[in-house]
Design a protein around this ligand. Structure first.
Ligand SMILES: O=C(O)CCC(=O)C(=O)O
Ligand SMILES: [Fe+2]
Length: 358
């Protein structure tokens, strides 16, 4: 059964126009009813596939493009420069740069050693993470200003653009659940969010197609909502919620942001909203005669190793304030739908998840 899959095998992630939340009109009643209609479509998407594309999301195309261009500038820096903002070891302080571990790879030079290193890497990617300037538990780690002047300021302001969009999305969800419109955004008022720049370098297609390694392994997101800006390379796939391990492509749609539900919101909504497993693999082959599975031994007609384009993406992870009590939201439980989880604070939830990881 594939209710979330279209005839061509791509996941049926609906596109919802978010104008009613991003453009004010004088006709308040009309605006509210447009908001309710958009919210109902978003909720339906979150209940089925767990993902939605938003158009007219309020972050100007130029801002998103500028963020991608900063990301490219950052990842183009020599490895030693990127390592001036190193991600701390361990899994509790998610800030700064995490690399592939070898300059050669980040510069896209492939010799036998580099390829064997890629094969050993869990995911073939590098990342830079930043967060709220007021987050004392996870202070930001920036490269020195002279390394990339303007980078820090831009990332901080883009963080705010994303936080504003998250807040509107929370209002939208609260509206359809018949909660006070500020119910969810109040519970995330500290905005302890995370902005991540991701670069999956260009690499031999055989490394990805062998299935041995991916760009990012199958996972679900931890928090409440994730915004995801992606370039046009493709490769993102979501798992069919009704058929484990069946993945379908989520093709990039220009000028939209992809939004998905994370595990914490799934729990908070008593499983009404779905946090869907997703991953990034080799994009569908753009070759007309398609040796997508590497039937030519991963070489093209000229005998050159086939290469997969670099991918850049920008996820933004939102979560609830640490002291928020996560228990089934009003309206998501009742006699016929009992509470599925014990209540705990968002902080306790994170501790529980971390304990399971280590
Ligand atoms: O690169 C992507 O498109 C996906 C990233 C992702 O799923 C994540 O960072 O959690
Ligand atoms: Fe993810």
């Amino acid at each position: 059964m594939l209710p979330n899959t279209t005839h061509d095998g791509t996941a049926a992630v609906p596109i919802v126009d978010f104008t009613a939340f991003t453009t004010d009109t004088y006709h308040k009643d009309a605006q509210l009813s447009a908001q309710c209609a958009a919210s109902a479509s978003i909720l339906a998407a979150f209940q089925s596939v767990g993902f939605v594309y938003l158009s007219n999301h309020g972050i100007a195309r130029a801002r998103v493009e500028e963020c991608f261009s900063w990301s490219k500038k950052f990842f183009d820096l020599p490895y030693e420069k990127k390592m001036l903002a190193p991600h701390p070891p361990g899994g509790s302080h998610h800030r700064g740069y995490s690399g592939l571990g070898k300059e050669k790879v980040s510069q896209n030079v492939f010799d036998k050693d580099a390829i064997s290193l890629l094969r050993k890497a869990p995911d073939v990617k590098e990342s830079f993470e930043s967060g709220n300037v007021n987050d004392e538990a996870q202070p930001n780690i920036w490269p020195p200003d002279e390394v990339l002047p303007g980078f820090r300021e831009f990332m901080q302001s883009f963080f705010n653009d994303c936080a504003i969009l998250v807040s509107k999305l929370l209002t939208s969800i609260a509206l359809t659940l018949n909660l006070d419109p500020a119910y969810l955004s109040r519970a995330q008022s500290q905005q302890l969010y995370q902005l991540r720049l991701l670069h999956y370098p260009r690499l031999p297609t055989s490394v990805l197609r062998s299935g041995e390694k991916g760009r990012i392994g199958a996972h679900s997101d931890f928090g409440t909502l994730t915004l995801l800006f992606q370039d046009d390379v493709g490769g993102l796939e979501v798992e069919d919620p009704n058929e484990p391990e069946k993945f379908t492509a989520v093709t990039p749609v220009k000028d939209t942001v992809l939004v998905n539900v994370g595990d914490l919101l799934m729990r908070w909504s008593n499983d009404l909203l779905r946090s869907t497993v997703h991953r990034v693999v080799a994009p569908p082959s753009d070759r007309p005669n398609g040796d997508a599975r590497g039937e030519n031994g991963g070489e093209d007609e000229s005998g050159e190793e086939e290469m997969t384009k670099a991918r850049y993406s920008i996820p933004f992870f939102a979560t609830a304030d640490p002291d928020t009590v996560i228990e089934a939201l009003p309206g998501t439980w009742g006699e016929e739908r009992p509470k599925r989880y014990e209540s705990m604070t968002a902080w306790e939830y994170v501790q529980m998840r971390m304990a399971a990881l280590y």
